[in-house]
Design a protein around this ligand. Structure first.
Ligand code: FES
Ligand SMILES: [Fe+2]
Length: 368
């Protein structure tokens, strides 16, 4: 059952050391393997061999001729050649070094060398993959634990009653720096102060709660000027609105941000609200780098290319040039902070990030 906190829980946990906590470990915590991650956008995958490092393992991705997504370890078991340097042959992959050939399940089906005997251990590890919500989801942990029903509902992406603008880039930081960034929209007032148009605005309501393993952080601002992403689409430019951001995190690094505006007093009313759902999927490439996939799906101005451009600009400026640059700068600070024993302090608005880290500590411990 959901329960609510306004910071007391975290403060109680931290008052013993004056609201400080040695939380450098989130950025070096072992990566969680038993989870579904976004490996690629569905339209990135085709006939050609796509090499992508995921959770610090080299992965080879492609589609079979019938369109099924396939993920195999990108290491040939003969002399360890990267399989992506080889070529497709029907649904099979032929190693570019000596020609060992593997099918889409990773089974070796041909040895063109010498006696042509296939050693029984000649196989490529294969990984469960599912195509859903325009995403190729991959499971990097124990295959027997992979259930497609565990994939979070990202059905806003590409939904027919929404207009979706997608994007993605690589971030040179541990994925948790971006998770914490997305769970903590307090930073928007400062880091995005100019671009979001919400600087110096007071928070009217804020609550954090947990439900079925998810952490929710919901915030509401009353009677403010519409943030710039919505400003052109409210009836009058000088109109005051209620503005909310309802964030849901699911382990380890999937975040949805339902944000919208409505006439004052009608926050979250589907009849009068214009809103967008931000879908954020952070896939560790390594311990220190991240594949960041995102989509904004709006319920207004569906055919308006200018609205598309607003979100494209937001993705480039806020997500890439502001959030990711900050995460990368922090990543570079982590070794110095660790070496110099800097204690991280937490603020009352960090409750949701605190809960996320606590859940991930438990998940990581369970996998060790
Ligand atoms: S390294 Fe792949 S066949 Fe030799
Ligand atoms: Fe941000």
């Amino acid at each position: 059952m959901a329960h609510e906190t306004r910071g007391n829980e975290m403060e109680n946990s931290t008052t013993s050391n004056s609201a400080t906590s040695k939380l450098l470990s989130p950025y070096s915590r072992p990566l969680i393997r038993n989870a579904w991650y976004c490996a690629a956008w569905a339209d990135e995958l085709g006939e050609t061999l796509l090499a992508r490092r995921i959770l610090d393992w080299p992965i080879l991705l492609y589609r079979t001729e019938s369109g099924d997504p396939t993920a195999l370890l990108d290491i040939c078991p003969h002399k360890l050649a990267p399989m992506h340097l080889g070529r497709r042959e029907g649904d099979n992959v032929v190693c570019g070094y000596h020609g060992l050939t593997f099918n889409q399940h990773g089974t070796c089906v041909r040895n063109p060398q010498g006696n042509q005997i296939i050693p029984p251990q000649a196989k490529l590890r294969s990984f469960p993959v599912v195509e859903r919500f325009e995403v190729i989801w991959i499971w990097m942990g124990a295959p027997e634990l992979a259930g497609p029903s565990q994939i979070a509902d990202f059905s806003d992406i590409g939904a027919p009653d929404r207009k979706t603008v997608r994007g993605g880039h690589r971030v040179e930081s541990n994925y948790m720096l971006m998770v914490e960034n997305l769970m903590d929209l307090g930073h928007a007032l400062f880091l995005h102060g100019q671009s979001a148009g919400t600087a110096n605005v007071e928070l009217a309501e804020s609550k954090v709660f947990q439900e079925n393993g998810a952490v929710m952080d919901q915030r509401l601002y009353r009677g403010i000027a519409a943030p710039f992403t919505f400003a052109s689409y409210v009836n009058r430019h000088d109109e005051k609105v209620d503005f909310w951001t309802d964030i849901t995190w699911r382990a380890p690094s999937l975040i949805q941000n339902y944000a919208g505006v409505s006439p004052p007093g009608q926050a979250r009313d589907p009849a009068s609200a214009i809103f967008q759902v931000g879908s954020h999927m952070l896939t560790p490439e390594t311990q220190h780098t991240t594949h960041y996939f995102y989509a904004h799906s709006r319920n207004y101005a569906l055919e308006d290319p200018e609205a598309d451009a607003v979100y494209k600009t937001w993705q480039r400026k806020a997500l890439k040039e502001e959030d990711s640059l900050m995460a990368e700068a922090i990543e570079r600070n982590v070794p110095d902070a660790s070496a110099m024993g800097v204690d991280m302090v937490m603020l009352s608005t960090d409750v949701s990030g605190f809960r996320v880290n606590r859940i991930l500590d438990e998940l990581a411990a369970a996998e060790q």
